[in-house]
Write a protein that binds this ligand. Structure first.
Ligand SMILES: C[S@@+](CC[C@H](N)C(=O)[O-])C[C@H]1O[C@@H](n2cnc3c(N)ncnc32)[C@H](O)[C@@H]1O
Length: 436
């Protein structure tokens, strides 16, 4: 097999997310030609997709040293620099890629995203609007433009872009269909979202994630977001999660770890800590110094890949968190955390029972939920986003029913959404020592 054929095989496997085959093919190419810049660039891309940004950067720098005019390597390099928030350098890499290959849609789309991340939203809109002329069917360009308009509170323009994403990409050829479908009703445009989802489900009735979205759009309440929906949504979101969350001033991990520190001011080290719904590991960054052993559990393989790239956790498990808690030996955890994950549950009774099982007597769970604060008397409510909000009384009732004591409940701002503050409940519950 020629080098080119091997490279093509690798790229095909890479596109199908068969990473093991892809890396084997790229390695085979590099064993014949250690300086093959395309293979190096693809290895860099693969490392970045696994959250190993420092290694990716090193490989891509080397690929660009050998061939500085490879637009694909430049785009991958820009992407890694962007994830490291080195926006000026990323912008230079994209601009050079655009000069070398003006037909490289990703370079245009990402240079717009880069400007947006530097806070140069108007410049980003100019670049992306120009790119839209050249690539009217680029869902990525339209998606990035929509996010810029949202940043400026231009909700109508954002909705126009999102609708165009759905028109040109439908469901199947759209990188973030679930996000577009949940955003449009919030922006006052539910019709096209329902139509595209309805058509998709008529072709793929077995799609459980899509079925969950349909329930959301139809206002049918379910006990929690389905595993299939969580997996698909967060696998899609994993690579941009940290960047997007930083932009909306996401506070949950910091709030949780600050509360742990306030409750344990004596620099306690916890023997066995579990981060529930650990995502890309944002809690892990702050928890690591407090834990002898730090584990994470999450349903999304994509999010776990990013977490594993941070090298913070002693163990990462792919799985559903309530089932995971119940599978642990009784009384084995010294601390559990759960940041911005219970918003995918309606009733919290099963969760609290599972936490009570896994916590040691005297051990604590610290978590956030979105605060349901209006006059109603429903204990929790499913929102148009597919998330749930909870009343304080439900936290207290479900904890008490599971035999847990409420140590404290606080009322912080968690983040912004469409320019509005999202209010949360930050709570700590404890398994009483008397139940030992
Ligand atoms: C909004 S993210 C928060 C991630 C992380 N805790 C943080 O604060 O950055 C929610 C995470 O919870 C995970 N998740 C949601 N429901 C879950 C469940 N029932 N079991 C395990 N993981 C779940 C998702 O896959 C996602 O990674």
């Amino acid at each position: 097999m020629s080098i080119d054929e091997r490279l093509q095989d690798g790229m095909r496997a890479h596109q199908k997310h068969d990473f093991a085959t892809a890396i084997a093919c790229y390695k085979a190419v590099l064993s014949e030609d250690p300086n093959h810049p395309d293979a190096m660039s693809l290895v860099g891309l693969l490392l970045a997709q696994h959250g190993r940004m420092d290694d990716a950067l090193e490989v891509l720098e080397e690929a660009l040293r050998i061939n500085p005019d490879n637009p694909y390597a430049l785009v991958n390099f820009g992407n890694v620099l962007m994830s490291k928030r080195r926006f000026d350098e990323a912008f230079k890499a994209y601009t050079r890629a655009n000069e070398l290959d003006p037909a490289n849609e990703e370079a245009w789309a990402n240079s717009g995203a880069c400007l947006r991340n530097c806070g140069r939203i108007e410049d980003a809109i100019s670049v992306l609007t120009a790119a839209r002329q050249s690539f009217p069917k680029s869902v990525t360009v339209l998606h990035n433009l929509a996010v810029c308009h949202m940043c400026l509170g231009e909700h109508d323009k954002a909705a126009d872009c999102l609708e165009t994403c759905l028109r040109v990409g439908g469901y199947q050829r759209n990188p973030s269909p679930m996000w577009h479908i949940t955003m449009l009703p919030k922006l006052g445009r539910p019709e096209l979202a329902s139509k595209v989802l309805g058509y998709h489900l008529s072709q793929h009735p077995e799609d459980e994630a899509g079925q969950f979205l349909l329930a959301v759009l139809e206002g049918r309440t379910l006990p929690r977001a389905t595993d299939a929906y969580i997996r698909e949504h967060f696998d899609d979101f994993s690579e941009s999660f940290d960047e997007v969350l930083a932009r909306i001033d996401y506070q949950a991990p910091q709030l949780i770890v600050d509360l742990v520190r306030r409750l344990h001011p004596d620099d306690t080290k916890f023997a066995n800590v579990l981060d529930l719904g650990c995502g890309t590991g944002l809690c892990g960054i702050e928890l690591r110094p407090l834990a002898e052993r730090l584990s994470g559990v999450d349903l999304s393989a994509g999010m776990l890949r990013m977490a594993s790239g941070r090298d913070l956790y002693d163990s990462l498990q792919e799985g559903e968190l309530v089932a995971h808690l119940l599978s642990l030996p009784a009384g084995s955890l010294d601390l559990a955390t759960c940041a911005d994950t219970l918003c995918y549950f309606g009733p919290l009774d099963d969760f609290m029972t599972a936490a009570a099982h896994a916590l040691k007597p005297g051990a604590r769970l610290v978590a956030t939920v979105e605060h349901l604060r209006d006059e109603g008397d429903d204990p929790h409510r499913m929102l148009l986003s597919g998330r749930f909000s909870h009343r304080e009384s439900h936290i207290r009732d479900s904890a008490q029913a599971a035999g847990l004591d409420v140590v404290t409940i606080e009322y912080p701002r968690l983040r912004y959404e469409l320019g509005e503050e999202i209010h949360g409940l930050l709570f700590c519950v404890e398994r009483p020592t008397a139940s030992a």
